[in-house]
Design a protein around this ligand. Structure first.
Ligand code: SAM
Ligand code: SF4
Ligand code: SF4
Length: 335
């Protein structure tokens, strides 16, 4: 199944909850949020039916995200269901790690293969300032549990923010190496709650590589894959991913769709509106037909369109628009 730009649907991101136990400044900076009503959340049966349909259409990768996915009650039970979906080759999850110390082992036992933990700083004070919670020790305990749980892959996600944590890239690489994780540095994006985003706050891939080269010497770019991260090798063999979603978007190769916890399908992270699947699912309509219809008219190239705006670019949505439509939030549609 191909979209109008000849891109297949290979990957589905499921936001399993819009709630979060952190308030990262670049994602959830407001004091109050209205949560999606609980009765609107897709059940595990409904989520599995959508994944099953996507797998039948050629999608072979699923990533659980949010909000904070570990806040969804009984998450290992969902993973057990998804792990049994035929045709699915890859089951992954992105988490802030706060609840991971207790959940790493049950998640691994339920069939989760790959886990990514978001960590923007190794300084407890900065962590508190960036996320609103004094929770760095909990994340470190979560990472320790993840390293011991036997996942096939452990990654660290770091959003690089000019003047806030861009001096820490070498220490994050060293820390990742110590715990057996692959570090990935992400350019700051202007989506959802990033209402104070400015072009000047972005550290570009070039800037990230310059900082790595200053610390570690020449950095070699590895062959590109369909993954958003371009991987680079340091002289000692350490591999570091850089996701240049802002300065060098990968829309031309983008093969992913996102589903909000209340069943709205977004075919682009930057899309202003999505396709509501929940009511159709609850009326007994075939999820495969719904997905096929949505994908077959897809033309999204959101990040490329944003890039063309140049230095005059403002955040995608002001706080007032986010309050009116929470589906515009990153924590609702899944990062
Ligand atoms: N709560 C989980 C977490 O933080 O890992 C999962 C959801 S979060 C939205 C997924 C990823 O999106 C995180 O790695 C986060 O750092 C990233 N993210 C959120 N807002 C971003 C922004 N404005 N620019 C770049 N990455 C962002
Ligand atoms: Fe931070 Fe993730 Fe929560 Fe957003 S959803 S506030 S990135 S922990
Ligand atoms: Fe895909 Fe949209 Fe992101 Fe481009 S901006 S890579 S089309 S999700």
């Amino acid at each position: 199944m191909r979209d109008l730009l000849n891109r297949p649907l290979r990957s589905l991101r499921l936001s399993v909850t819009d709630r979060c136990n952190l308030r990262c400044r670049y994602c959830m900076p407001e004091a109050h949020y209205e949560w999606l009503p609980r009765e609107n959340l897709l059940s595990f049966e409904e989520l599995t039916a959508v994944v099953d349909a996507a797998a039948g259409l050629g999608a072979d990768r699923v990533r659980l995200t949010g909000g904070e996915p570990l806040l969804r009650r009984d998450l290992p039970a969902l993973l057990r269901r998804l792990a049994a979906v035929e045709g699915l080759r890859d089951l992954a999850l992105t988490t802030n790690g706060l609840l991971l110390a207790d959940l790493a082992a049950p998640l691994a036992a339920a069939g989760l293969r790959r886990i990514t933990v978001s960590l923007d700083t190794l300084s407890p004070e900065r962590y508190r300032a960036l996320t609103g919670r004094d929770a760095l020790p909990r994340v470190l305990a979560g990472l320790e549990a993840a390293a011991a749980a036997g996942f096939a892959e452990l990654k660290l996600n770091t959003v690089v923010l000019a003047g806030q944590n861009d001096d820490e890239l070498p220490s994050i690489v060293a820390f990742a190496k110590e715990i057996g994780a692959e570090p990935r540095f992400i350019e700051y994006m202007d989506v959802g709650g990033a209402t104070s985003w400015t072009p000047g706050a972005v550290v570009s891939r070039e800037g990230i590589l310059r900082r790595l080269e200053a610390a570690f010497g020449p950095v070699e770019a590895l062959a590109k894959t369909s993954a958003p991260a371009q991987r680079h090798r340091l002289l000692d063999g350490t591999v570091v991913g850089v996701i240049a979603s802002t300065t060098d978007p990968f829309c031309a190769r983008c093969d992913r769709a996102r589903l909000t916890a209340d069943g709205v399908l977004f075919t682009c992270l930057y899309a202003r509106s999505g396709i509501p699947l929940r009511d159709a699912l609850r009326r007994g309509e075939d999820p495969a037909a719904l997905l096929r219809a949505a994908w077959s008219r897809r033309t999204d190239r959101g990040a490329e369109e944003r890039l063309r705006l140049g230095r005059s670019r403002l955040p995608l949505a002001p706080a007032s628009a986010l309050r009116e439509d929470p589906h515009l939030e990153m924590h609702t549609r899944g990062g």
